[in-house]
Design a protein around this ligand. Structure first.
Ligand code: V1P
Ligand code: CA
Ligand code: ZN
Length: 373
């Protein structure tokens, strides 16, 4: 007898994509050593995965990677050991992006994790999907750059575009999201970043960028040193909130690089606290659309893990968490000498060089450009 189709499974509050293999492959690298495993372990020890669907990232297929990257670049990632130094350099495989054993698998898992998270939103399995190993916003079609070998952000957005009409991409990493999606009026890119002579990557001047039909759909807000929580959050609320109201996205992607945290050992530029990122993520969620949450920069592993744990707690309605790191936590020693989530904010901060009213005026100018695009 034919009855009605079985009810769809109720969406989980969270799809959490992690990769133990990727963490293993990253363990020997000079940048972000231990960050993945410390983040996943802390999130788990605070009990934030209790109702989540937790998935191991599948490696992206060659075909999936070719959705953005060139075939010859992908071959170079797989066979870099057979290339001359000159050819490696042509693919960006030097300095910031030195090749290493397992590089192709690393890249495929990085992309596969963000694709799996995007997929979960497309399938309606959750309203929130997280992949902290993602957010590699500098990789080009045929070139590695700024610690990014594969642009999982672009790949994930492409996947989202097959199920959602309009994507709002907000990039709060302290660096300019330079290689993100700039060619379509269906993707609105917003990047807050530091801009200063010599500061990487040197792009993202104030104004609305984008090319072809995407012209006007990339809003760049460069900011100066010392940025504090309040002006940062005012800018996110005014610019990204105003843009969301005007653009009416169907899904939101947040690149939540946390290298703007005070005392970040690599960027050392902004003076944000973990609370600023939790609040920014809450703002992105408040637009009422499914949210894909990706990582990015963040060069003190303990500070990044603590901040991302706080972001997740906020989005799951479980904030504030007990400030003391759980006593049984495997990486407890890495949070010393305070052994708390909030320790990162407790030292002296340099002055903020940003003028709050100038920042808000810049946001208004960008919104006016968007409205006339
Ligand atoms: O400044 C550069 C180099 C100098 N070259 C001409 C470019 N690279 C930066 C790269 C920063 C990448 C940020 C990635 C992200 O946005 C997303 C994951 O956060 C750089 C820096 C710096 N202070 O800007 N590389 C390094 N430091 C570095 C440090 C130690 C070992 C190797 C590289
Ligand atoms: Ca940014
Ligand atoms: Zn960064």
């Amino acid at each position: 007898e034919r009855g009605p189709p079985p009810a769809l499974p109720a969406p989980r509050p969270l799809v959490y994509v992690r990769s133990d293999r990727l963490a293993q492959l990253s363990a020997g690298l000079p940048i972000n050593r231990d960050r993945s495993v410390m983040t996943d372990t802390l999130v788990e020890d605070y009990g934030l995965l209790q109702d989540a669907a937790v998935r191991q990232a599948p490696p992206a297929s060659l075909e999936q990677l070719q959705g953005y990257h060139s075939r010859e670049y992908l071959a170079a990632l797989a066979h870099w050991d057979k290339l001359s130094e000159r050819r490696r350099a042509a693919y960006g495989l030097e300095d910031d992006c030195a090749p290493f054993p397992g590089l192709y698998e690393h890249a495929a898992l990085t992309a596969g994790g963000s694709l799996a998270a995007a997929e979960a939103l497309c399938a309606g399995e959750a309203r929130l999907a997280v992949h902290w190993d993602g957010g590699r916003h500098h990789a080009g079609k045929g070139k590695a750059a700024g610690f990014c070998y594969v642009n999982d952000v672009v790949l994930a957005i492409l996947r989202l575009l097959s199920s959602f009409r309009r994507v709002l991409y907000l990039d709060v990493d302290v660096h300019h999201g330079d290689a993100a999606f700039l060619l379509s009026p269906r993707v609105l890119t917003i990047s807050l970043h530091k801009a200063a002579p010599g500061f990487y990557p040197g792009t993202g001047a104030l104004g609305a960028g984008g090319e072809g039909t995407g012209r006007g759909f990339a809003l760049n807000l460069p900011l100066g040193d010392g940025l504090r929580d309040n002006p940062f959050l005012q800018a996110v609320a005014a610019l990204a909130g105003g843009a969301a109201a005007a653009f009416q996205p169907d899904v939101v992607v947040l690149q939540c690089g946390v290298d703007g945290l005070a005392h970040d050992p690599l960027a050392g530029s902004w003076s944000l606290t973990p609370a600023a990122y939790a609040r920014a993520a809450e703002l992105a969620a408040s637009w009422g659309r499914p949210l894909l949450l990706l990582g990015g920069g963040g060069y003190c592993a303990a500070a990044a893990a603590a901040t991302w744990t706080g972001v997740l707690a906020q989005l799951l309605g479980k904030a504030p968490l007990p400030d003391d790191i759980p006593a049984e936590h495997e990486y407890l020693d890495r949070y010393g000498p305070s052994y708390t989530l909030s320790a990162v904010i407790k030292r002296l901060l340099p002055p903020d060089t940003n003028d709050a009213s100038a920042v808000l005026a810049a946001c208004e100018g960008l919104l006016a450009e968007l409205r006339s695009a």
